[in-house]
Ligand binder design. Structure first.
Ligand code: RIB
Length: 299
């Protein structure tokens, strides 16, 4: 089982001709309310990719939670760990997507700030705990300790970047970051590494297997299994929102239920992330296990 501990947002996605400059108002014909949040996205991506997923997080007892909770239901995510908090507002993300499919996102954390503490009961003994950085950091670090006692493997997606120390990183099994997050982490830890590969090796020397996602260029992974480098699929990019989340969710699904070796799991994750860029929105674009497998076999 994969336990996802993290954020649950209502995304309001607007397709723009260009991003507004300071003081500028840009009109767009419509906005798409859709399920989002890095935690919820990863949970849904993992479930679509064939994983058995248990979500732990929080929403407000309000109308904004309807869309994200319905998305969990449709994907078959177990929601018994999701707290519905009276008097609290569900988190809202304003997502702007430009003509090239790039995005700018602002998240109002609201109920995510009161995500319930993770307990051993939320974890399968040899399962996976998948975390991101959109709930209070302290909650994540407490969850890390719980998961270690329980014998679960931890995948940490350090997105958005937040400060984490060497001791905490040493308890993480797989760290997933993009190039910006890798650079920020190297700076934060006062380490010295120039190239992407050097950054991956420097971080992996602290303990975890380190995966650096490279957008359309694929990924690079450094750890006990050596260096693994792979490509993304060649797709027409409509919107990159949530592609990194698709990568993490698919990786967890491939390593858990499917028990794929790491190099195959990474290829599966990269294919899932590529397909996630082919439609507007995050979860709305996620592919099923069969669709991902078919695209991999098609080459
Ligand atoms: O990673 C994409 C996600 O970031 C969006 O769904 C938005 O909710 C923000 O959390």
């Amino acid at each position: 089982m994969i336990t996802v501990y993290g954020s649950i947002n209502l995304d309001v996605v607007s397709k723009m001709t260009h991003f507004p400059a300071a003081g500028e108002t840009v009109l767009t014909p419509e906005a798409l309310p859709s399920p989002g949040g890095k935690g919820a996205n990863q949970a849904v991506a993992a479930a679509r990719a064939g994983g058995a997923v248990y979500m732990v997080g929080a929403v407000g007892a309000d109308g904004l939670s309807v869309i994200p909770l319905e998305a969990f239901r449709e994907a078959g995510v177990d929601m018994r760990g999701v707290a519905v908090l009276p008097g609290e507002t569900t988190a809202i993300a304003s997502v702007m997507v430009d003509a090239a499919g790039e995005n700018r996102i602002v998240v109002a954390s609201n109920a995510n700030g009161r995500a319930p503490a993770l307990t051993a009961d939320h974890l399968a003994p040899s399962g996976i705990l998948l975390m991101q950085m959109e709930i209070p950091y302290r909650s994540n670090w407490d969850a890390l300790a719980v998961s270690k006692k329980r014998g679960a493997k931890v995948i940490l997606n350090l997105a958005p970047f937040g400060p984490v120390d060497k001791e905490l990183l040493s308890q993480v099994d797989i760290l997933v970051v993009n190039e910006g997050e890798a650079a920020a982490l190297i700076r934060h830890l006062g380490m010295d590494a120039e190239s992407t590969e050097e950054k991956a090796w420097a971080l992996s020397a602290l303990g975890p297997t380190v995966v650096i996602t490279l957008g359309g260029a694929g990924y690079l992974c450094a750890g006990k299994a050596g260096l693994i480098v792979g490509k993304a699929l060649n797709v027409e990019v409509i919107d990159t929102t949530g592609a990194g989340d698709a990568f993490c969710g698919c990786l967890a699904a491939a390593l858990d239920g499917e028990s794929m070796p790491l190099h195959e799991a990474l290829r599966f994750a990269a294919a899932g992330a590529s397909l996630a860029c082919t439609k507007l929105g995050a979860q709305t674009a996620y592919a099923s296990k069969d669709e991902i497998a078919a695209r991999i076999s098609a080459g």
